[in-house]
Ligand binder design. Structure first.
Ligand code: BDP
Length: 637
């Protein structure tokens, strides 16, 4: 880390933390309570030149309002678009959040209760204090972190609990995504101390507390983690499970699997084992089966020596995933990805989790007949994965390895952090049936010599964490120069013919796309997903013949790509994911008109002409390849 970043990150002692224990999504049960402490928090950006005043003056020691002016800040939300202040929108460095909450007296009084504070995600570095006592810190946005705060609460008086969270969005060469801070030294153009954050990715670096903040309880001896892997043979489903319990070495574990009608279909004693389910209902993707997304419910009970029982219920979908040289198989049947790339992005809230938006997006995906999406370019909220499990939408789960373009970001420190990130991601998402593949990066400079070693390590480490799913990264490199492709299971290629290459020349798409596919397949004999393609369309701009930035041009680009997909999907192309589901915010530049306009929906989720084109196509493909229930048939086909 260079001096510039060190200044902005002052007071953060350790950058790479050891992996914590399990990371089960907090749910209520007879032994567990959850209290959501999201809502209105107070907020203060540390505008001191080195952003270090908050730490020097120990803003966590007393109520934040006593340290200086504070404003209201909703949680979850990015802070950037909440005020009218451009300085807050573009702020780089530490911001401080605080909320006073009441903790139920019984939680404090019952010494057998463990009280945990959990943040769904905060971007990028976070430090947490409870009643002025530091309880944890975390590196990386997009993933949850938590701290056992029972001790602190019992030592500090009363049931009131002051939660302080400092969050810093500074990106360095070793963060994911990487970035650099550049101090401008030409005094004729910039004032003293002027700096900017440079990044190589195409979305706004929204910051703040992006997902809910929860308090939850477990008994002292508690279920820390559960890992399930599933397979089947004929009509027998097999669910292997591994339960880890903390706080007791002799807890008796009992596992019960129930069908959707509540019937118990299998049970076992012990922390590891295999459950056998006769007449299994497999988990099928949306539009691939008349009864998609079937979920069993696995209840785990752990009873400690003192008689206390912890109960946790996990939804379980039984399915398999396999890759051949030309196919992607779900439950041994060929699966074709007809889906979208998304962003967590919306007006006002930025990357803040928002249920209305999540449900609207699932409704739109199902409306257009999409069966899949990629979590470009970072892990999405767990609630979104749960929706995908319940609706049968298949996910390529991506880590924020986006914009790795500088050779210095391929060093050992970066790799170590990337490996740790994959561990945290797999630990969080391993049990979701919707997740069918890991993507470790998007468009890295995979032609740079260190990329070969880097991706070999990264892919093989990810496979060692989870042998049940394929691993990929997304390339935009030329097939002959890509050094990481030998290690992936599926080739995922992004290309923007007639946009960034040969702008305006849609007549070249057919030739160039055919060449792209034949070259990649010829070299690697691995199935290929067109993981991005598209064109910007400013809603309401029209021209015929089509011109760039009009809705007609976006449609024409799509149609030309589709012609080639239709030939190649008979061979080795196993999917197509449009860039992008919806328009999204980027940093300001001369190639962006208030953000990226490659959405087929606007940022407000209204369809452009391209959305109707894709809708017809996806339903047509689903009709050919899937088993559509009558209720799902697209009326105009
Ligand atoms: C791709 C990137 C994506 C961009 C897109 C674009 O993967 O993040 O938003 O280009 O430029 O290369 O629209």
């Amino acid at each position: 880390m260079r001096a510039a970043e060190r200044l902005l990150l002052a007071a953060l002692c350790s950058v790479c933390q050891a992996l914590q224990d399990g990371m089960l999504f907090p749910t209520e049960s007879p032994s567990r309570e959850v209290k959501d402490v999201s809502g209105l928090w107070i907020f203060r950006a540390d505008e001191s030149p080195e952003r270090s005043r908050g730490f020097e003056q120990q803003w966590y020691k007393s109520p934040l309002a006593e340290t200086g002016p504070v404003i209201d800040m909703p949680v979850p939300s990015s802070y950037n678009d909440i005020t009218q202040d451009a300085q807050i929108r573009d702020f780089i460095g530490w911001v401080w959040y605080e909320k006073d909450v009441w903790v139920p007296a019984r939680w404090i009084q019952d010494r057998g209760t463990r009280i945990v504070l959990r943040v769904g995600s905060a971007h990028y570095y976070s430090v947490l204090w409870v009643n002025g006592v530091k309880v944890t810190e975390h590196v990386g946005g997009h993933l949850p972190f938590e701290a056992d705060i029972s001790g602190v609460l019992r030592q500090t008086s009363g049931n009131q609990c002051r939660i302080t969270i400092a969050v810093n969005n500074t990106l360095t060469l070793e963060t994911l995504p990487p970035g650099t801070i550049q101090y401008m030294t030409d005094r004729s153009r910039y004032p003293a101390g002027y700096f900017v954050q440079n990044t190589n990715f195409d979305f706004f670096n929204y910051a703040g507390i992006h997902r809910p903040v929860l308090l939850y309880t477990t008994p002292k001896a508690h279920i820390d983690d559960i890992t399930v892997e599933t397979t089947f043979s004929d009509n027998i489903g097999l669910v292997s499970f591994n339960v880890s319990v903390l706080g007791s070495s002799k807890a008796a574990v009992k596992v019960t699997l129930s069908a959707q009608d509540g019937r118990c279909v299998a049970s076992a004693d012990g922390s590891r084992g295999v459950l056998k389910v006769t007449d299994v209902n497999l988990w099928w993707p949306y539009l691939m089966h008349e009864n998609p997304a079937y979920l069993y419910s696995m209840e785990v009970q752990a009873t400690a020596e003192d008689g206390q029982t912890d109960v946790y219920t996990l939804p379980v979908g039984i399915r398999t995933v396999k890759v051949t040289s030309t196919q992607f198989l779900i439950n041994n049947k060929p699966f074709y990805f007809h889906g979208v790339n998304k962003h967590e992005d919306a007006d006002i809230r930025g990357k803040g989790f928002d249920w209305p938006l999540v449900v609207k997006d699932f409704n739109l995906m199902k409306w257009m007949g999409a069966n899949s999406f990629r979590t470009s370019h970072y892990p999405y909220a767990e609630e979104i994965l749960q929706m995908a499990d319940r609706h049968g939408i298949v996910i390529i789960d991506e880590c924020p390895g986006v914009g790795i373009k500088d050779i210095r970001s391929f060093g050992n420190v970066s790799l170590a952090h990337h490996l740790t990130f994959m561990e945290e991601l797999v630990r969080r998402d391993k049990n979701h049936p919707s997740v069918v593949m890991w993507s470790v990066a998007n468009e890295p400079a995979s032609e740079m010599p260190p990329a070969g070693f880097y991706f070999k390590e990264l892919v093989s480490h990810t496979r060692s964490l989870d042998s049940s799913r394929p691993v990929t990264y997304i390339t935009a490199s030329n097939y002959a120069r890509d050094l990481g492709a030998p290690y992936v299971d599926v080739i995922c290629v992004n290309s923007y013919f007639s946009w960034y290459q040969d702008p305006g020349h849609t007549e070249l798409i057919g030739l160039q796309l055919n060449t792209q596919f034949d070259n990649w397949y010829g070299k690697y004999q691995k199935p290929i997903i067109q993981s991005e393609y598209g064109a910007d369309a400013v809603p309401g701009l029209h021209s015929d013949p089509p011109m760039m930035f009009t809705e007609e041009y976006q449609k024409t680009v799509l149609q030309n790509y589709h012609n080639v997909f239709d030939q190649k999907r008979k061979e080795f192309v196993i999917g197509e994911l449009i860039w992008n589901f919806a328009d999204f915010m980027t940093s300001q530049s001369i190639i962006r008109v208030v953000g990226n306009k490659k959405g087929i929906f606007t940022r407000q989720r209204q369809p452009k002409a391209g959305a109707f084109l894709l809708r017809e196509r996806y339903w047509r493909i689903a009709n050919e390849t899937g088993v559509l229930p009558t209720w799902a048939r697209y009326p105009c086909l």
